[in-house]
Every structure is written in structure tokens, then in C-alpha cells.
Ligand binder design. Sequence first.
Ligand SMILES: *[C@@H]1O[C@H](CO)[C@@H](O)[C@H](O)[C@H]1NC(C)=O
Ligand SMILES: *[C@@H]1O[C@H](CO)[C@@H](O)[C@H](O)[C@H]1NC(C)=O
Ligand SMILES: *[C@@H]1O[C@H](CO)[C@@H](O)[C@H](O)[C@H]1NC(C)=O
Length: 195
Amino acid sequence: MIYIARIILQTKMRLPLFYLSLPIWFFLVFSIFHAINANNLIPETCKKCAQQDPNLIYNFCVTSLQAAPESYSASDIRELGKISINLINLNVTNTTRRVKKLLECKKLDPYVKACLNDCYNLYSNAGTATKQAMKDYKNKHYKDANIEVSSIIDASTTCEDGFKEKKGVVSPLTKINNDTFQLSAIALSIIGMLS
Ligand SMILES: *[C@@H]1O[C@H](CO)[C@@H](O)[C@H](O)[C@H]1NC(C)=O
Ligand SMILES: *[C@@H]1O[C@H](CO)[C@@H](O)[C@H](O)[C@H]1NC(C)=O
Ligand SMILES: *[C@@H]1O[C@H](CO)[C@@H](O)[C@H](O)[C@H]1NC(C)=O
């Protein structure tokens, strides 16, 4: 009797603890799976992207996608595509702003000024293209999204090439053009996987 009572007592003491911890265990297991999945999603996607496009730099892809706060909850490639278009949008907006600031400089070489003016127009149009690309991407109109993101790639290379046409001129936008190019290449690659 004493033995049975002891067992009942022990079970009773254990049961609430067991029931309490069950949801916690589910939560823990789910979180770990989610974390592993999210951790692998970006490198796996970037690996595929870099295989498709030799201009696309794997490390840049991983770093920029991982730095985006929304990427923590991204569970598939489609969401990563949205994040990459969002990053293009930030870059293009910032670039337009920076070019405008550079143009305010009074002592600008006329050739550089002409280049910056071209870049300003290119990036302003790229801003419109990015917003349209996001709309089309969300509606799964991948063909249109592809055309728009390609036009952003063109904008970044056309802007950079302008400075190269005159000897001795150094582009003040090399890094920013390169970032825009890289981000657009990532988006383009993901769009290609989905369509
Ligand atoms: C462009 O995007 C890259 C990658 O997300 C980032 O490192 C860089 O700071 C951005 N540049 C601008 C000007 O927003
Ligand atoms: C780009 O712009 C966003 C807001 O539009 C800002 O938070 C971010 O710091 C900017 N990045 C750079 C590198 O200028
Ligand atoms: C573009 O950026 C990538 C990654 O940051 C870098 O490895 C590459 O050398 C850059 N290319 C140019 C032309 O600046």
C-alpha cells in the first residue's frame, strides 16, 4: 500500500511538470528546426545563384541577405526574392540621394557632372522599375519582374561605364553601382528559379 501510494504521489508530482513542459518541448524543437532551416536557406540559395551567374559573388549574397532583418523569418526562396528586391529598393533610393548630393557640389568637373546627371536619371528610373518589379513579383508575374530587374542591372553598369569613357576620371559611385548590380543579380537569379 505504501509502495502504491508512493508511486501515485510521484506520478502526481511529475504529471503537471510533464504537461507543462510538453508545449515547451514542441516549441523548442520547432524553433531549432526553424533556425536550422533559415540558416541553410540563405547559403543554399546563394550557392545556386552563384552557380547560375558567374558575376554573382557568393559572400556578398550571404552577407546582404543575412543582414536583412526580415530574413530571420524567411522560410522559402520566394520570400528571399522579396527581400532581395527590397534591398535593391533601399540601395537605389540611397544612391539617387547620394548622386543628388554630389551634384550640389560647386567645383564639379563638367565631364563628371554630365556623368552624374546621367546616373541621376538612370537611378530615378531604376527606382520606378524596382517598385514595379516588387508588384510584379508579388503577383508572380516573373517575366515582367525579370525585365524590370534587368533594367536596374543596366542602369548600374551604364552609370559606371560613363565615368570610364574619359581617361583619368574616377567614378565616385563604383561601390554603390557594384552593390546595386550584385543585389539585382541575386533577385534576377531567384526570379529565374521561380519561373
Ligand atoms: C546597398 O546594399 C548593400 C547590401 O545590402 C549594403 O551593404 C550597402 O550599404 C547598400 N548601400 C546603400 C548606399 O544603401
Ligand atoms: C539607406 O537608406 C536607409 C533608409 O532609406 C537607411 O536606413 C540606411 O542607413 C541607408 N544606408 C546607407 C548605406 O546609406
Ligand atoms: C564588387 O563587389 C564584390 C563584393 O563586395 C567584390 O568582390 C568585387 O571586387 C567588386 N567589383 C568591383 C568591380 O568593384
